[in-house]
Design a protein around this ligand. Structure first.
Ligand code: AMP
Length: 282
């Protein structure tokens, strides 16, 4: 694996691949890698000729400075994991390299409704920062295929919208959420939890499963109340949201409709760490 820290360095090598018609697959990450990330690398290896991964903890997408400062950094281990996974190129830029003109976003992205609810509502400015960094990375790496995890369901929708708005020539492929045997979704932020916290955090998966199993029998509001109670009892505090939404638009639903694809999305804090997860429920 070749590691590049500068835009100039990676662009020089990648531009040589264009005349050779090599298909570039790209997996952007913030590091502290786990099997969820590696599953995207594996997918890219199957579908592209060259796999590029980036590790960049993007300051512009953190609305909470403590969350940014405490974001886990395990770069040496990440490099080993990427080597083992057969990743071809790792892009490891600094903040200056990514934002030579400063971090202020000149033209906000018109994300519309998507930015007004769930993560958009609870993390103001977060998705603008996500679009800013992914747009910049795509303009550097110029992949034909971009691999994202469904673990960040709303983020996938936002990036799809940004790609449309900017008319970028890239195909988006979504990978399934990888979980621990307990059901807990793998996440870099899990590293900040104690063993006990990790056990308690399984309540997120259990509450989503509860909704999935009861959606045809109980009304949506009662299910939401019960599942919030499950999280509070397990030690989550606060619970930002448990929302049952239309899987295509993210509009919240208040009654079950069998012909509509639904997704349940959760965000809640445990041991001061904010976890998010989601599950398709029909
Ligand atoms: P992050 O480093 O958390 O920004 O994530 C980088 C990419 O990995 C994003 O596309 C995430 O959706 C994806 N990802 C994170 N956790 C998981 C997981 N448990 N399973 C699959 N993909 C994941």
């Amino acid at each position: 694996m070749i590691i590049f820290k500068t835009v100039q360095g990676i662009e020089k090598v990648l531009s040589k691949l264009i005349p050779e018609n090599k298909k570039i697959g790209f997996v952007p990450t913030m590091g502290a890698l786990h099997h969820g990330h590696l599953s995207l690398i594996e997918q890219s290896k199957k579908q592209a000729d060259i796999t590029v991964c980036s590790i960049f903890v993007n300051p512009t997408q953190f609305n909470d400075q403590t969350d940014f400062q405490k974001y886990p950094v395990t770069i040496e281990n990440d490099i080993l994991l990427l080597e083992e996974a057969g990743c071809d190129i790792l892009f490891l830029p600094s903040v200056n390299e990514m934002y030579p003109q400063g971090t202020v976003l000149k033209q906000p992205y018109n994300l519309g409704f998507l930015e007004t609810l769930l993560e958009g509502k609870y993390r103001p400015g977060h998705f603008q920062g996500v679009c800013q960094v992914v747009h910049r990375l795509l303009s550097i790496v110029k992949p034909q295929v971009l691999f994202l995890g469904q673990k960040d369901y709303q983020q996938c929708m936002v990036i799809r919208k940004m790609i449309e708005l900017a008319a970028l020539p890239v195909e988006l492929i979504l990978g399934p959420t990888h979980r621990e045997n307990s059901g807990l979704a793998m996440s870099s932020r899990n590293m900040r939890l104690s063993d006990e916290g990790k056990q308690k955090a399984v309540a997120i998966f259990n509450s989503m499963q509860y909704i999935k199993e009861h959606i045809t029998q109980e009304d949506v509001e009662a299910l939401q109340r019960k599942s919030i109670d499950m999280l509070l009892k397990a030690g989550f505090d606060p619970v930002d949201y448990i929302a049952i939404c239309d899987a295509h638009t993210l509009a919240p639903v208040d009654t079950y409709q069998p012909d509509k694809k639904l997704v349940v999305l959760v965000a809640a804090f445990i041991e001061g760490v904010r976890l998010i997860d989601n599950l398709m429920i029909n």
